[in-house]
Design a protein around this ligand. Sequence first.
Ligand code: KG4
Ligand code: ZN
Length: 329
Amino acid sequence: MLVLGLESSCDETSAALLKDNEVIANTIYTQAVHSEYGGVVPEIASRTHIKKIDRLCLSVLEKNGYGPEDLDLIAVTDRPGLAGALLVGISFALGMHTTYKTPIIGVNHLEGHISSVLIENQDLSFPFLSLVVSGGHTAIYKVTDFGQYECIGTTIDDAAGEAFDKIGKMIGFPYPAGRAIEEEANKYAGNDCINFPVARLKTDGIDFSFSGLKTAVKYHLQENAENYLEENRPLLCYSFQQAVIKSFVSNMQRAVEETGINKITLVGGVACNSTIRKALSDKFGGNVFYPSPILCTDNAAMIAKAGLENYSRGERRFPSMSPTGSFKL
Ligand code: KG4
Ligand code: ZN
């Protein structure tokens, strides 16, 4: 079974090939142009997807000795995401579907992230808890099977990746800033830590909040002298990252206690962060699984994987663009 995955929900244009569950290509074009604006500009994202998607898609096929007529399935992200950006991937996939009569399936981007960990951990069995942490989402899902997801906690304001990006902007890093903050934090060799607050929410779910943390960092910078940042950037990044880790660890601890499930997966762009990976592994031992970094940030291999699994189970969701489409449970 040869599956083409297509991802264009935000600022990555990606095409991937999955052959019998093995990724044979996963090409990602990251639209660096947005860093000039400090965040993703939807109009520019759509235009850039249009410029890139055709060559990107044909080259993953050609480089692997295939043509469009060899595909058994096209899996395309159809929700959630930027409307214009989603439309580019969906329209391109529909064009191929119409021309070559290839079966097609719409994939929820979040289901893609959750599935990403199963590409390299094929023996990972259900149920498990999935901590999805990206630029647009921060949530914990109880995953009992493919297509069976229960959201048991979510952010009530910013996503974790968004917090990394906003703090990065405050301290002069280009968008997206997650990796730069991790690298800066790694330079800190001291033992002290600025005690930034970690929100404890009194909600029914196991929810997250990062906007208070963002404000605390802002006030901390305002309270200190101008040269403070220049001399303390590594400490600041380290302390911010520690606060995020504290929030992840305590919420996952609650999730484990409440569900009785102790297998944890960490997925999405923020899961690239080695310090966060290590903190979760230190806390929960060998029961934590994460994908390689290339499968953490937005990519089409995870979309192909989710599409293939759903298709194999008889699911036939024709793509229907839904920018705010929630994660159907
Ligand atoms: O999954 P992703 O590519 O896109 C969304 O679906 O949102 O995640 C992108 C996010 C950005 O906010 C970026 O700053 C963050 O992932 N990120 C990181 C790291 N690498 C990327 N955050 C923390 N540490 C990292 N090493
Ligand atoms: Zn994503």
